[in-house]
Design a protein around this ligand. Structure first.
Ligand SMILES: C[S@@+](CC[C@H](N)C(=O)[O-])C[C@H]1O[C@@H](n2cnc3c(N)ncnc32)[C@H](O)[C@@H]1O
Length: 450
């Protein structure tokens, strides 16, 4: 039983089980509990829950654990809506929290990260933008295959279990169309008696299925990842492409459907290759980019750098209000998409360059000249200190930082503030209801007027 003492907490061991009560939510979304003075981060539990947990990592001052059994739910817990074979959906770990509470937690975590990690203040933390849809909002989901009683199952890894797959019939994060596509692929696998790949035994075929959807176009793209094996052709209307794991596959290869996914944002018609990044919530991507454009406050004359531009989405949505836009992105396929997207939408003032942010910013300045506005939208790791220095060399009046991780935004923004920028506005945006993931847009200005 837990109790607070002044002494050093008793060391726990991996695999040990204990009962704890969750006090609050830690950054990243896990429940936080104390056991004999030891801080325990618990996956799969929410505030007020009393749970039996198993320690997965034991350190001197803290431990990490996974929920084994929910002994009594917290008073505020709401019933899980998305479950698979009785297991809560691993893609929706916050579904037991009322949506208003999810929003409040996310907003508080953005403010706290900036103040505590970045030691920043004086900025306006604007009200969080709630999601347009709390369920069925994802345009991309990845599933794993498993076998049960001699036939394929297709779903998610049970939480914290690499070896256990729960079969999915209706995931409420996916659209009905997306669910139907996944179920059709499983039906095909069962009909053809094709089994999941077993890494230990090196038998079987099917590994993963990625279902991607053009939200506004209705197009479905399914991508099947398999071992190198011979197997019957899947139904063509599923637009299935096959990948081998090493040295290709003997099964049907190449795209049987359309190679690129078509999507629409504002009045733009976009296409993306399967290797290119695209926001997984189309409706909220539009809101996110509208907020970024508002923060940029363009008047039609500015030169804008869109760093980490993907298929060009942010730059292309800003191009009409800017003098010119220059995108930089490390994935060449995505740059080819961005160029095609500019051309197909008849946008002539947007240009793109393939390259890394670390080595590409200086050549971009040489080619285009220094920008007035820099938009940055990096992966979760944020920017290295060196990349921040490259961004500072742009000497832009404004930096609009689109972040999917406030704990990396915070030190990056602090480095910019140190160099003379002021953090003015921060707006959290909820792209991923039922999960702890937080997106936000920050505006930094050099020598702002007030
Ligand atoms: C969060 S995504 C944003 C993409 C785009 N702005 C959008 O909203 O669709 C981050 C992008 O950064 C790219 N990227 C990752 N590391 C990079 C680097 N070192 N330099 C340039 N781009 C990078 C990824 O390929 C990805 O397209």
């Amino acid at each position: 039983m837990e109790q607070a003492t002044g002494e050093a907490p008793a060391r726990r061991h991996r695999g040990e089980q204990l009962e704890v009560e969750i006090d609050s939510l830690a950054f990243g979304g896990r429940g936080l509990a104390r056991a004999d003075g030891l801080v325990v981060f618990v996956a799969g539990a929410l505030p007020g829950d009393r749970v039996r947990v198993e320690i997965t990592k034991a350190k001197k001052r803290f431990a990490e654990a996974r929920t084994v059994e929910l002994l009594s739910p917290g008073a505020e817990r709401i019933a899980d809506r998305c479950t698979h074979e009785g297991e809560p959906c691993p893609g929706a770990p916050w579904q037991g929290l009322a949506y208003e509470r999810q929003l409040a937690e996310k907003s508080a975590q953005v403010g706290e990260a900036l103040r505590r990690i970045g030691e920043l203040d004086g900025f306006e933390l604007e009200p969080i933008e709630a999601a347009a849809e709390q369920w069925r909002y994802r345009n991309k989901l990845e599933y794993s295959f498993g076998d049960r009683d001699g036939e394929a199952i297709l779903g998610f890894h049970a939480r914290g279990r690499w070896d256990l797959i729960v079969d999915v019939d209706d995931c409420q994060l996916a659209s009905e169309r997306g669910n139907a596509a996944r179920n059709a692929v499983r039906e095909w696998a069962r009909l053809e008696s094709i089994l999941a790949y077993d890494g230990r035994e090196r038998t079987g075929v099917l590994r993963n299925l990625i279902v991607r959807e053009g939200w506004r176009t209705g197009q479905i793209q399914t991508r099947l990842v398999t071992s190198a094996a011979r197997f019957p052709k899947p139904p063509v209307d599923l637009h299935t492409a096959i990948e081998g794991d090493s040295g290709g596959t003997d099964g049907p290869t190449g795209a049987l459907g359309e190679e690129r996914l078509r999507e629409e944002l504002f009045d733009l018609k976009l296409e993306m290759s399967h290797g290119a990044f695209f926001q997984t919530n189309t409706e909220m991507a539009e809101r996110l980019y509208a907020i970024a454009a508002d923060f940029a406050g363009l008047n039609g004359s500015e030169r804008v750098f869109d760093l980490y531009c993907g298929i060009g989405t942010i730059g292309l949505t800003m191009a009409k209000q800017a003098g010119e836009v220059w995108g930089l992105e490390i994935v060449p396929e995505a740059i080819a998409d961005a160029e095609r997207n500019a051309e197909q939408n008849k946008i002539e003032n947007a240009h793109f360059m393939a390259g890394s942010a670390r080595t590409g910013v200086r050549p971009l300045i040489e080619k285009a000249g220094k920008p007035d506005v820099v938009v940055i939208d990096p992966p979760r790791a944020g920017l290295s200190q060196k990349i921040v220095r490259r961004v500072l060399e742009c000497e832009a009046k404004k930096i609009v930082y689109v972040s999917c991780n406030p704990t990396t935004l915070a030190p990056n923004a602090a480095q910019m503030v140190e160099a003379g920028y002021k953090l003015r506005r921060v707006k959290p945006v909820d792209m991923f209801p039922q999960t702890p993931h937080i997106e936000c847009v920050a505006l930094l200005e050099k020598n702002p007027a007030s």
